[in-house]
Ligand binder design. Structure first.
Ligand SMILES: Cc1cc2nc3c(=O)[nH]c(=O)nc-3n(C[C@H](O)[C@H](O)[C@H](O)COP(=O)(O)O)c2cc1C
Length: 200
């Protein structure tokens, strides 16, 4: 039997502020993922979408969105089979820009897996758990394994005293997370296709 085609994975950079640290983990993760042959990875930077605060009549589950930025965002989300959200922790949750981006699509997230790389004093553990709950409402499948850059290591990388590549456990965790993500992305892609065929 032919091996399945690589799944398409977006690394979503969830912080948009000018002085953000988020580029460092997002680019490291994209490089790590790009070396695998079971997925195609792309960096999706929220800065490139200029999303307004949600101002639609309803979620696009119920009413098609009108704002062209929101529509373009939904079209981009739709291109992928799974996602890794790279998230900071802002006041114990995800950055507002990321929550807004999650809210600005619905159907496009459905029946796809969500993994998370969190960074912060406690590895963004609270934001990551919050994001997993949000993902459930969006009908996504959150992976068990996440990547957490925390405490002294977070500070050391933030201040340029260490690189992410110095931290062996991070790559181990990231590969485990990507293994889970690819499994779910492949399984759910097949299931979505099968459903589309039977309802066509
Ligand atoms: C508004 C705000 C709230 C924050 N709240 C938390 C927090 O709850 N927990 C935490 O570990 N770090 C918190 N921090 C510190 C962030 O972890 C740190 O600034 C990080 O670099 C933010 O990610 P970014 O640079 O990619 O935006 C907060 C930072 C900001 C700007």
């Amino acid at each position: 039997m032919d091996s399945p085609s690589p799944v398409r994975i977006a690394v979503v950079l969830g912080s948009t502020r000018d002085a953000r640290f988020g580029d460092t983990p997002a680019r490291w993760l994209v490089d790590l993922a790009a070396a695998r042959d079971d997925l195609d990875v792309e960096l999706v930077d929220l800065r490139d979408f200029d999303l307004p605060f949600f101002n639609e009549a309803a979620s696009n589950l119920w009413v098609p969105s009108e704002d062209p930025h929101a529509v373009r965002w939904q079209q981009t989300v739709a291109e992928f089979d799974g996602y890794v959200f790279v998230t900071a922790e802002y006041n114990r949750s995800v950055p507002g820009a990321l929550k807004n981006a999650l809210d600005q699509a619905y159907n496009e997230w459905n029946r796809k897996p969500a993994a998370v790389f969190g960074y912060g004093s406690v590895g963004a553990a609270r934001a990551v758990e919050h994001l997993r709950t949000i993902a459930v409402e969006l009908q996504m499948a959150p992976t068990r394994t996440g990547v957490h850059l925390q405490g002294a290591d977070f500070m050391a990388v933030h201040q340029g005293q260490k690189a992410l590549g110095d931290l062996d456990y991070l790559a181990t965790n990231a590969q485990q997370m990507l293994d889970e993500l690819v499994w779910w992305a492949s399984a759910l892609r097949a299931a979505r296709r099968s459903t589309a065929e039977t309802t066509a």
